[in-house]
Design a protein. Structure first.
Length: 281
């Protein structure tokens, strides 16, 4: 409850949380409420916004708003699965390196450093082109393979500090099982860091996934926001049609709005987990 009160007092975090809930609601319920007609209608190509088509139409005469609503599910799922997979990999590496130590720690830390030195976007783009990506889960896994190193480094440092704390040593004295110590004594102290990292990874996944789709390396459904941008900018010539401005800008503004909500929410979570920021506010 105190965490919720802290978030509610932070206007930026509250704005981000409300906006994120709206996006999640759109992704979950929107496709059931807003019908999507994929049949082309050449007579309605690049129509400007109207009462019939609130955000105009695309190069094939299909409703832009309906595509945005149906494409929101892919964006949300890609962000979610990227965050989940990256957290799982980082926890496995960070916990193992911090608890086991020795050569295991050296090898895992060295591997993490190698991943940190490699530029992420080019490698992700190459992997996305080589691996058959046909759904948000696979796409999220590909992105997560290069999104975990920074968090793993941070978790490893926290675990090293926690394992010498009094409550962990007391658990060893009481001969509690390693599983108990990890699940009841160490993991709860990592929740704030993991929560903030999840939001940041999900936010970055949007930019990277859309960038990869904009390059045409992952051809998902046409209503996916990244594919809408690719088709509008490079395939259909919408960039050169003045009345197609709504079709071109709609997915771009939707992406910016989704990221803005995650950034605002991350600021509130950061204040919640950092006592120094809480005192300043």
């Amino acid at each position: 409850m105190s965490a919720l009160r802290t978030l509610a007092r932070n206007r930026r975090a509250l704005l981000g949380l409300v906006g994120l809930c709206l996006f999640l609601l759109t992704a979950a319920v929107g496709p059931l409420v807003v019908p999507l007609d994929r049949m082309p209608d050449p007579d309605m190509r690049f129509q400007p916004p109207s009462f019939q088509h609130l955000l105009g139409t695309d190069y094939a005469g299909r409703d832009t708003l309906a595509q945005l609503v149906h494409g929101s599910r892919d964006i949300v799922l890609i962000s979610f699965f990227t965050g989940c997979f990256a957290i799982l990999i980082a926890l496995a590496v960070g916990l193992t390196a911090g608890l086991v130590g020795g050569w295991t720690d050296t090898i895992l830390t060295g591997t993490t450093d190698v991943f940190l030195t490699v530029p992420q976007f080019p490698v992700m783009a190459i992997m996305a082109a080589l691996v058959r990506v046909s759904d948000p889960i696979t796409f999220g896994l590909v992105l997560a393979l290069w999104a975990w190193p920074g968090l793993a480094r941070s978790l490893r440092a926290q675990v090293v500090a926690l394992r010498s704390r009094e409550f962990v040593e007391a658990a060893h004295v009481l001969a509690l099982s390693p599983l108990w110590i990890v699940s009841r004594e160490i993991l709860p102290n990592l929740v704030p860091t993991v929560s903030l990292a999840f939001i940041r990874v999900a936010r970055d996944a949007i930019t990277i996934s859309v960038g990869i789709m904009l390059l045409g390396l992952v051809p998902l459904k046409v209503e996916n926001w990244g594919m809408m941008l690719n088709l509008a900018a490079f395939q259909s010539g919408a960039l050169y049609v003045p009345r197609a401005w709504a079709y071109l800008l709609s997915p771009l503004l939707a992406i910016v709005a989704f990221q803005f909500c995650l950034i605002q929410l991350a600021s509130g979570v950061e204040e919640l987990v950092d006592p120094r920021l809480r005192r300043q506010s």
